[in-house]
Design a protein around this ligand. Sequence first.
Ligand code: OGA
Ligand code: MN
Length: 222
Amino acid sequence: MTPSMHLSPSVLSSAAQAELVDALVEQGWYVGRGVIDLDLCHALHQELHHMAAHNALDEAGIGRGKQHHLRKDVRGDAIHWLDRESDAQRRYLMAMENLQQVLNQTLFLGLFEYEAHFAHYPPGAFYQRHLDSFRGRANRVISTVGYLNPAWPADGGGEMVLYHPDAPDQAVARVVPEAGTFACFMSDTIPHEVLPTQQPRASIAGWFRRNASMGGVLDPAR
Ligand code: OGA
Ligand code: MN
């Protein structure tokens, strides 16, 4: 790690943040290329690669709490929740806290928390089209995805496809998972999927949350 990594205040520049806010308001989604610091992407990628090589990742499932179960036909990634255990994680999470403040100040969303996991998609893995939260139970308000792969060939597959909120057959963006790219979208209106990847694919998926109470029960733990 270089000393400048500690000094550099913003992982996402304020220009990128302003563009992101406008895009969220206008269309419900944002994709920026070359907006996350590449040194940071590299450090996070190394960390995920190390965990994958040592079988330290958990198979991803769907649903929360008791409803949580594995569905390889739905998603094939393996994950690790960010826990602030490295400088790189802390730096990424600080950038997200900063973004949360900007979103609350500009859009009055009342976001109170951010959670995120590393995701490793082995070759052949995908994540079928889905929404990250459902209206009325919208504890996840805004989704974020940061990509960590240093190079991505044209035939590498693994793009994240975003769909139009009102015309779910219409793809509005195809996001190549290359380092530096950051995507952000409304969790309850933007359907999206991860196409089958041809090579190991690394990302960090995260969610800004509101505390939604469900039937008197506080938003359940993941
Ligand atoms: C998710 C998700 C997309 C990606 O984890 O919910 O949609 O590109 N991830 O990793
Ligand atoms: Mn998703």
